[in-house]
Design a protein around this ligand. Structure first.
Ligand SMILES: O=C(O)c1ccccc1N[C@@H]1O[C@H](COP(=O)(O)O)[C@@H](O)[C@H]1O
Length: 215
């Protein structure tokens, strides 16, 4: 029997990987619009992929501290379902992005220790969903997608969530079932854990990840 855990495969750049995610049963696919990322994709390439995504697979645009012009170009070009903010956007900026794009916003909150958990309450006030990810190491080029996990015990005792949330950070086919059990997550997100090299998605790992998450 499978559970109803929802999965997001982030950093999709090819039709092949999109198909693999959809066939495996992923609920979301993510396109990364961040030049320093090995998963960065241009607007027109993302638009071409997004129109191929089956109904029922939500298309997420991952952006980092976007300007209004960035958001306007993105939403004018790519058919999207969710905006994922993965930078240092303030709660006020999250609200502005929601209004400007007219799309639900998922805000990433980086966690390294207990002091980072206060941001969950703050962003729950304005975001539609939260993405709880590992905080990047100091000086890292990428604010996410580093294949790093955080201490899942930090979330284990949390009983009340006022918004839907997704667990991310260092997840893989090998550890996702354990992560779900330890944190109670109902949604999980992965990028580097389903790759054969940075930015190169592996179809077998995508299938194994979705299977393991659904347990
Ligand atoms: O994936 C990226 O390249 C990326 C770049 C900039 C910000 C966030 C990024 N990825 C997000 O981080 C999580 C965790 O990644 P990983 O599984 O640990 O590699 C990923 O799911 C994306 O949402």
């Amino acid at each position: 029997m499978t559970s109803n855990i929802r999965t997001k495969i982030c950093g999709i750049t090819t039709p092949d990987a999109l198909q693999a995610a959809a066939t495996a049963g992923a609920s979301y696919v993510g396109f990364v619009f961040f030049e320093k990322s090995p998963r960065n994709i241009g607007l027109s390439d993302a638009a071409a992929l997004a129109v191929e995504a089956p109904i029922g697979v939500a298309k997420v645009a991952l952006v980092v501290n976007p300007t209004d012009a960035d958001l306007d170009a993105l939403t004018a070009t790519v058919p999207l379902d969710v905006i994922q903010l993965h930078g240092s956007e303030s709660p006020e900026r999250v609200a502005q992005v929601k209004t400007r794009t007219g799309l639900p916003v998922m805000k990433a909150v980086g966690v390294a220790d207990v002091t980072d958990l206060a941001a969950i309450d703050i962003y729950s006030e304005v975001a539609d969903q939260l993405l709880i990810d590992a905080k990047p190491p100091k000086g890292a080029d990428l604010p996410g997608g580093n294949g790093l996990a955080f201490d899942w015990q930090l979330l284990a005792g949390r009983k009340y969530w006022t918004k839907p949330w997704m667990l991310a950070g260092g997840l893989s086919p090998d550890n996702v079932a354990q992560a779900v059990m330890r944190t109670g997550a109902k949604q999980v997100d992965v990028s580097s854990g389903v790759e054969s090299a940075p930015g190169v998605k592996d179809n077998d790992k995508i299938a194994a990840f979705v299977r393991a998450a659904k347990g």
